[in-house]
Design a protein around this ligand. Structure first.
Ligand code: F7E
Length: 330
């Protein structure tokens, strides 16, 4: 059985990827940091097939030990401080984990290596946040980077060091430049899930207001379940390369809100939404829209879930979950 090692396994993408790889017959190892990590406990309950391995992206020896234990064929580095807003407050931590963590993982792979005929293949979770103040629209693999947050800066470092290790040491290392990808497993701090959850609670009478920041920012939102397949496809090619993964459609935060309220039959949502400067960022990424032609042509990858279905799926999931928690029959 092929063996996969995933950092960030307790996050949205980690869980989707673990499920996907398990379905393809992989033995799945997931790196979890810290002592008595509650997210690890819930992962074990949700996905008992995952073998938990201790390790921390801030600690190179722990990464070497984790790889020695897992003996993977494929390593997926999804671990990061991934919340852009937080990265402004914890810039050094973000640089260390989201940026230097990639370097440490690559070094650990060089040390363990895998066999010469079967070297470890490495996937890095690069991000559309690297494009930041975009230099061209839509963004492709060739678009210059102009990050707008400590998170974006750290991801640029991670991306460049992957290219450098590929060119310097011949590692099979790929970066997926993933645009925003969402779903019911998205953390509540991200705007889509914050909105879907609040809309569900407002519909159920459990909440009366939704407080947000910038409603004009535009994002290319896809479904996380579709995007993990692209990660895997990148590691099945003859040669390692980097790929943009996106839907090619962009929507404002305001449009997401509108669609989410419409899903529960509320057409005039203005009375429920308030803006607060505390949710605005020191520097914003105004517009993202990706061109995934290379992934379509070379990987045969396509996004399956459209924007309206994504919003509906998230709202319906949150309606069911919030109603069950509150003992409300739908
Ligand atoms: O913000 C605006 C906010 O936090 C989206 C991460 O997965 O995707 C994600 O980064 C937009 C921004 O995601 C609120 O200003 C308005 O313009 O959901 P988000 P993100 O920053 O785009 C990329 C590809 C990654 O790599 C990241 O790891 O929504 N916005 N009001 C708000 N955002 C939040 N979170 N909360 C608000 O109240």
């Amino acid at each position: 059985m092929p063996r996969a090692f995933i950092t960030g396994i307790t996050g949205q993408d980690g869980r989707h990827l673990a499920e996907f790889l398990h379905g393809r017959g992989y033995d799945v190892y997931g790196m979890v940091k810290g002592q008595s990590n509650p997210r690890a406990q819930s992962l074990v309950e949700e996905m008992p097939f995952v073998e938990i391995v201790p390790g921390d992206l801030a600690d190179l020896p722990s990464l070497v030990a984790a790889l020695e234990l897992a003996q993977p064929d494929e390593v997926y580095n999804l671990g990061a401080i991934s919340f852009v807003a937080l990265s402004f407050n914890q810039a050094e931590l973000t640089a260390n984990i989201t940026g230097l963590g990639v370097l440490r993982m690559l070094e650990a792979i060089r040390m363990i290596g895998g066999t010469q005929n079967n070297p470890i293949r490495f996937y890095q979770a690069s991000s559309s946040e690297m494009f930041g103040k975009v230099r061209e629209t839509p963004q492709t693999e060739g678009t210059p980077f102009h990050p707008r947050s400590p998170y974006g800066c750290a991801k640029v470092f991670g991306h460049n060091i992957v290219v450098n290790y590929r060119e310097s040491y011949g590692l099979y290392a790929c970066s997926g430049i993933l645009f925003n990808h969402e779903g019911p497993r998205r953390g509540i701090e991200f705007v889509t899930r914050k909105v879907s959850n609040a809309v569900a609670r407002i519909k159920l009478g459990l909440q009366h207001e939704l407080v947000l920041g910038n409603l004009d920012a535009k994002r290319d939102w896809g479904y996380a379940g579709d995007y993990v397949e692209a990660m895997w496809l990148m590691l099945q090619q003859d040669e390692p390369d980097d790929f943009v993964i996106a839907t090619g459609e962009t929507h404002t935060v305001g449009e997401f809100i509108e669609r989410a309220f419409a899903e529960v039959g509320i057409d005039d949502w203005s009375g429920y939404v308030r803006q607060d400067p505390k949710f605005f960022r020191p520097a914003e990424v105004d517009l993202l829209i990706g061109d995934a032609s290379k992934a379509r042509e070379q990987l045969g990858w396509e996004p399956r879930m459209a924007f309206s279905e994504l919003v509906a799926t998230m709202v319906q999931h949150d309606l069911a979950t919030e109603a069950a928690k509150a003992g409300i029959a739908l």
